[in-house]
Design a protein around this ligand. Structure first.
Ligand code: IPM
Ligand code: MN
Length: 373
């Protein structure tokens, strides 16, 4: 792969979003420095910050910037002042949902890996989670999130609908991913109760024959929630609808050790968006304690999307080094031993740029911080 020029729209969002985005950008800049690529970053408003500034969660200018970009990096959105007000009609989440829909980002891909060095930090038994490695394909622009919703007197409703094509296009991506992995696909649904789930099963069964090497398995979502914790190693690719994927991927983060480690890519016809799966964690805002790794790994997924596998592998190696050397934020270690958001980002950027892995001390990381970027 030669030298690339890419335009990246950045939506830092709310809470810890700006802090974690800043570290991911620092890592992408280190990649550019090392490999000669040219990335430009166009920062735009979305979420509660956009409502405060413009009255809208996704201003037209932000959407336009995303449409024009080669990829989008997103931090997180959400603010307690909306969470605690169920009557609010304008909400930060509407910006994200509108963005997903407008860009046609129908597949949300969430890898979950149990990192060996973090096994002792998980509340789950080490033997149970060691070696777990799964990939969620969560449908992102349909289902109950986007169905008709409303009130009728004292009744409220949210309709869940799925069309054959909505299922087919993500199912094909999931099968293709399974072919390149351990060749197992689990469809998670609630086909014993829901009509939409029965359509999911029908479509998956129809196309399964096109992927003869892939073993297909079906699980009801309640059982899947239990199996994820009981025996996570049984899973390879998990295909599921929007709401189930939202819930199960948060649950699966316990296997990785922290929600702060899990990246995601949302892809569709053309656009591609990369974001951590965690929320805006408002309690941590501005405290330099948030884990930037989920966003940095999302940036690595962006590099893969650009076809820059060597660069992506180097970022993942740098993250692994940070974990191995216990350069960890407080979600993963005791406050006395913890490093800051900025220090973790600096270590990873430094490793990417210099290949140096001899920065075990906080003081050195601070020195490193002044010598790069
Ligand atoms: C996620 C988030 C969003 C979702 C919220 C913020 C709307 O939880 O990306 O998983 O439910 O999809
Ligand atoms: Mn979620």
């Amino acid at each position: 792969m030669g030298v690339l020029t890419k335009k990246i729209a950045v939506l830092p969002g709310d809470g810890i979003g700006p802090e974690v985005c800043q570290e991911a950008i620092r890592v992408l800049e280190a990649v550019c420095e090392k490999f000669g690529h040219q990335f430009t970053f166009d920062t735009q408003l979305m979420g509660a910050c956009a409502i405060d500034a413009t009255g809208e969660p996704l201003p037209a200018q932000s959407l336009q910037a995303c449409l024009e970009a080669d990829a989008i990096l997103l931090g997180a959105i959400g603010d307690p002042k909306y969470d605690h007000d169920p009557t609010a009609t304008v909400r930060p989440e509407q910006g994200l949902l509108k963005l997903r829909k407008s860009l046609g980002l129908f597949a949300n891909i969430r890898p979950v890996t149990a990192y060996d060095v973090l096994l002792p930090y998980s509340p789950l038994k080490e033997a149970r989670i060691a070696g777990a490695d799964m990939l969620f394909f969560r449908e992102l622009t349909g289902g109950i999130y986007f169905g008709e919703k409303g009130r009728q007197g004292n009744t409220a409703y949210d309709h869940c609908t799925y069309s054959r094509i909505e299922i087919l296009r993500i199912a094909r991506l999931a099968f293709e991913a399974a072919e390149s992995r351990r060749k197992k696909l689990t469809l998670v649904d609630k086909a014993n109760v829901l009509e939409t789930s029965r359509l999911w099963r029908e479509v998956v069964q129809e196309i399964a024959g096109d992927y003869p090497g892939v073993a297909v398995d079906y699980l009801y979502v309640d059982n899947a929630a239990m199996q994820l914790i009981l025996n996570p190693k049984q899973f390879d690719v998990i295909l599921t609808e929007n709401m189930f994927g939202d819930i199960l991927s948060d649950e699966a983060s316990v296997i990785a050790g922290s929600l702060g480690l899990l990246p995601s890519a949302s892809v569709g016809e053309k656009a591609a968006l990369f974001e951590p799966i965690h929320g805006s964690y408002p309690q941590a805002k501005g405290r330099n304690i948030a884990n930037p790794i989920a966003t940095i790994l999302s940036a690595a997924m962006m590099l893969e999307h650009f076809g820059l596998q060597t660069e992506a592998d180097l970022v993942k190696k740098a993250v692994q080094q940070a974990l191995d050397k216990k350069i960890l934020t407080p979600d993963l270690t005791s406050p006395a031993e913890a490093y800051t958001t900025e220090q973790v980002g600096t270590f990873i950027a430094y490793f990417v740029q210099e290949g140096a892995d001899d920065l075990p001390h906080k003081e050195n990381i601070e020195v490193g911080m002044s010598t790069i970027i």
